[in-house]
Ligand binder design. Structure first.
Ligand SMILES: [Zn+2]
Length: 109
């Protein structure tokens, strides 16, 4: 490996690290919806709006809604571009909820 190659790689890694620091969100918001199209909600861990609470609100919705199917979908995709997300991307429970593109009719209200 030449010194020039090592220098280029170091510069690229440095730029990526800088990008990751600058684009890391102060507050993460994750979107979810029900396959029935009548319910959507957000998870904001920094504000105490946790996944556990979201699951409870989804249960509540299921009781009061007669449309099927009631499948919880995550509509926020994993972001691998920021290296500070990686640990969360691999370990957090939310990513085991299947991803689905947001429905057109379930627009943000
Ligand atoms: Zn429903």
């Amino acid at each position: 490996m030449s010194i020039r190659f090592i220098l280029y790689v170091s510069i690229l890694l440095g730029l990526w690290l800088g990008y990751s620091i600058l684009t890391f969100p102060i507050i993460n918001v994750y979107h979810y919806e029900s396959a029935c199209g009548q319910w959507e909600d957000i998870e904001v861990p920094a504000k105490g709006r946790t996944l556990r609470g979201l699951r409870l609100r989804f249960k509540k919705h299921k009781r009061g809604c007669n449309r099927a199917p009631h499948v919880l979908r995550r509509t926020t995709a994993r972001d691998w571009s920021n290296c500070f997300n990686w640990s969360d991307n691999i370990h957090h429970e939310r990513w085991s909820i299947p991803y689905h593109k947001p429905r057109a009719q379930a627009k943000r209200r």
